[in-house]
Ligand binder design. Structure first.
Ligand code: C2E
Ligand code: MG
Ligand code: MG
Ligand code: MG
Length: 289
């Protein structure tokens, strides 16, 4: 893979390069129509509290229902949206839709329900100044404190001008929590984290995948959890795909987990049904034990 000049998109140089370049151009063109055409939708993946089994969080993940190419995953179009700055209105749509959904779930599922949204570095940079007032406008006061978690990546911290830290602090002041996504894939030392106001560290799924087979990854996860806890942060493990990984993480004191072992990302109705079933299961297991 190689980074294309002037763009944020990764391109794979294969014999089908021409074809791929054409697809990208087509998508870039179609993306302008996608918002007004209401072609985006969100799926939600449950985030499970590994110590209590409660599900009070979901991560919102965007998908694009292209009129004739089917469902397009974010990895394929977020970078295009960044290059054209369409990421800004798309990001606002994600934010508003996820909040709307979360309000419903606070009524129907649990009053403390939280939703996490992803923010790319380009998006973060483009939203300079506006974000704080905008957040205050959209969130309904103190009852909606800690309703939203913004997920940023390590890449953003490394770009760091000092403003990143101030701006993250502003999120927190506005009642929005901050999670550091894909942790471990960048180059920052764990101790570097203490400079930033961060509520959650998300261990990248590449370290979770080998748990149970790789003692190095086990040591790494343990170190991340210990360090994060000593800095007052909670830990979310991504990409849990089997019982063994879950048990290792739980024993290490990892706070939260998400992954296909629990559930794939789901449409809102399926998500609500999943949570209800999950709760019932937890009750019957508890009653038996
Ligand atoms: P991410 O934030 O790290 O999200 C986790 C990705 O891992 C999701 O892929 C999810 O479907 C996938 N995943 C979850 N559990 C498992 C598992 O057990 N095994 C495996 N193999 N994968 C799992 P998805 O939905 O394709 O999203 C990819 C990336 O696109 C996200 O990575 C995030 O960086 C970005 N993205 C998604 N939605 C948005 C958005 O609304 N805005 C922005 N800026 N980026 C987004
Ligand atoms: Mg994420
Ligand atoms: Mg992630
Ligand atoms: Mg990841």
């Amino acid at each position: 893979a190689s980074k294309q000049k002037g763009g944020n998109c990764f391109t794979y140089f294969t014999p089908r390069m021409q074809e791929q370049a054409e697809r990208r151009m087509q998508l870039s063109h179609d993306l302008h129509m996608a918002i007004n055409g209401q072609q985006f939708f969100l799926e939600y993946q449950p985030v499970v509290n590994l110590q209590t089994n409660a599900v009070l969080k979901a991560e919102a993940l965007i998908r694009w229902q292209h009129p004739d190419k089917g469902v397009i995953p974010p990895m394929e179009f977020i970078c295009i949206a960044e290059d054209t700055l369409l990421i800004v209105p798309i990001g606002e749509w994600v934010f508003k839709s996820a909040i709307e959904q979360c309000r419903q779930w606070r009524t129907s599922l649990n009053p403390d329900f939280q939703v996490a949204i992803n923010k790319s570095p380009v998006q973060f940079a483009a939203e300079y100044k506006r974000q704080h007032d905008w957040l205050k406008e959209i969130l309904h006061g103190s009852s909606e404190r800690n309703m939203v978690v913004v997920e940023i990546t390590e890449r953003l911290l490394l770009d760091a001008n000092t403003q990143v830290s101030e701006r993250l602090a502003k999120y927190q002041q506005a009642g929005v929590q901050v999670a550091l996504d894909d942790f471990g894939t960048g180059y920052s030392a764990l101790s570097y984290l203490k400079k930033f106001p961060i509520d959650y560290v998300k261990i990248d799924r590449s370290f979770v995948g080998e748990l149970g087979t790789s003692t190095e990854d086990e040591a790494l996860c343990r170190a991340i959890i210990m360090m994060a806890h000593s800095l007052g942060m909670q830990v979310i493990a991504e990409g849990i795909e089997n019982q063994r990984q879950l048990e290792i993480l739980r024993d290490m004191g990892c706070d939260f987990g998400q992954g296909f072992y629990f559930s794939r990302p789901l449409r809102p109705d399926d998500f609500a049904a999943w949570v209800q079933q999950w709760q019932q299961q937890a009750i019957s297991v508890g009653a038996r034990g």
